[in-house]
Design a protein around this ligand. Sequence first.
Ligand code: NAD
Length: 433
Amino acid sequence: MKADGLINQVFLYPRPWILTGAGISTESGIPDFRSSGGMWEKVDPIENFSTWALHNNPQGFFTHGIPMFEQVLAAKPNIAHEIIGELQAKRFVGPVITQNIDSLHQKGGASWIYEVHGHIRTATCMNCRKETVSMEKLVALVRGGEMPPKCDTCGGILKPDVILFGDSMPNDFQDAIRQIRYHETTDNMIIVIGSSLTVSPINTFPFEFEKLAIINNSATALDNNAEFIITGSAGEIMGQIKAKLVELNGGQELTALPAGFVPGRIAAIITDIWAVYTSKNKNNGDMVSKIMADITLAEKLLKNYPEIDKRPLIEKHIIDYCLTLIEKVKTELLADSPSLKSLNGYLPRTLDDIINSHYEGLIGYMRQYNSLSEIIKELVLQLVGLIGLYNYMGSLGVQAFDYNLTGEILDKLGEVIKRYNFVIDIEKALKDF
Ligand code: NAD
């Protein structure tokens, strides 16, 4: 299957970011911009869809815009949106950056989304910036003869909260950049789905990641930079990915991966270090023994994953896959240097870094929760995953995956949350626990 190689990479680079473009929504009936028969063959974007057009030719803007807005507002998510929503909720993929304005990722169940070109759920007054109306209201105003539609408070023109040609980027764009830097995504992968990658500055995002995968039905501007290119429709390929994951889970529907589940990062570190050694540092005895120490620790961590036999099959599959990669490095290393002694490796320190950055990053998932109790519950789940990770090292005697959410623990966590204002130092949090 086309997607097999990509799935293994998703296991190695847990929670890859997703970047989507108009192509993911064509199967929901919304035309893209650049395919033949696409929208720009019929409408001139600068003449009709720029801020200039809105000021100088509002009639043209709304005459062309309203039918398009209505079509987009009525669209339903397709299987690709739905699978991304499910995989994000279950922690197989991370945040979604979308260039689309159609809200179909939200409708498809995703909750951690950066809408870098805005959206058309609402419109805001271009003059006072205070009045915001729903898009349904704006359409009703125009259909009722108000051209251009005006703000009740100051009489300024109402503009959909979308980026037009000539606009500056919205807050979500800056937020996405901040999160990308914060998550140290140079260790991670981004999967682009349904974008020609010709629109700047969005098409610079992939360069912030270690690996780029592209799912598209035609060539893109960054094909030369991608490690994986899967050619096909977004719906078909995402359907294959989901089917394969279910197959690896023994035919059972997927459940959420534990929050601190990062075996792939451990295996990737080992294979990366080994790649550096074999390419540059051959005959460096000190490095060889460090790698051996890392392998020993990595194997110990993965082989002693708590209660793995009670966990969904896919978690065992991921661990086994990672162990196979580590075993391969070990075999090559032993063939190279048969008389090794273990010294202190790189992994413990690196693992600490991963746990910290991973933990902080996961806080992003909490954007979807409104109440403190929901946030606390999610936080407990995340800590449980991380405690599981620490647990392997024998430093804490806490039972992973089976933590009892008693009132006392919830209260304690509430205090911790308040004290650290969400930026929680994991060790301090664990001590307080
Ligand atoms: P684009 O039109 O430049 O590229 C879309 C790409 O998707 C093309 O390469 C096309 O071959 C491919 N594609 C089309 N259908 C596909 C499918 N079913 N499966 C896989 N690939 C498919 O779009 P872009 O890169 O997103 O840039 C266009 C700009 O247009 C963006 O800024 C976006 O804001 C805006 N736009 C948004 C929507 C929307 O919200 N749905 C629709 C049109 C345009």
